[in-house]
Ligand binder design. Sequence first.
Ligand code: PRP
Ligand code: MN
Ligand code: MG
Length: 181
Amino acid sequence: EQDLGDDITTIHVTEAQIKHRLTEMAADIDRDYKDREVLLVGVLKGAVMVMADLARALHSPVRMDWMAVSSYGSGTKSSGVVRILKDLDTDLKDQHVLIVEDIIDSGLTLSWLLTNLKSRGAASVEICTMLRKPEASKVDIDVKYVGFDVPNEFVIGYGLDFAEKYRNVPFVATLAPHVYS
Ligand code: PRP
Ligand code: MN
Ligand code: MG
């Protein structure tokens, strides 16, 4: 494991907590999709870790596909206008889609993605996220599976980056302000 020095302040979710919560979420998903084949849609790049771990925690056979999106916006604020950088390879017609995300922050990315994927004729579209920030409650989206709620701080790890770093940190922590300011 990498030496983070004083790059982080508080650890919010440990590796063991993530592992335990994933088995619970996987059990819920196995139960809910009992007789339906599910297509997991991972949102690159943050969702890579949760997708890999969730998929292996499930007992049901699943298919996996990936999308890369980028949110247009000035500075650090997301605008809600989203551009597809890499589209799915799968036709969603009559598919049961489960979007897999690392975190919902403003919720704008997912709000757009939900509308977009539903418009392709999917039989159902649900959301699974490992983390959720308080801002997400401001947009009206139904999130069926949530791992943990985290405070409105700059968190990194378990897929979440700062300038592409820290994604491989196995827990979720607040990044120390001196790193990004
Ligand atoms: C992050 C995160 C979510 C999104 C959440 O992705 O992984 O996909 O932002 O933000 P929102 O709820 O405010 O829309 P990012 O755009 O940083 O790309 P990345 O996954 O490649 O890091
Ligand atoms: Mn992302
Ligand atoms: Mg990012």
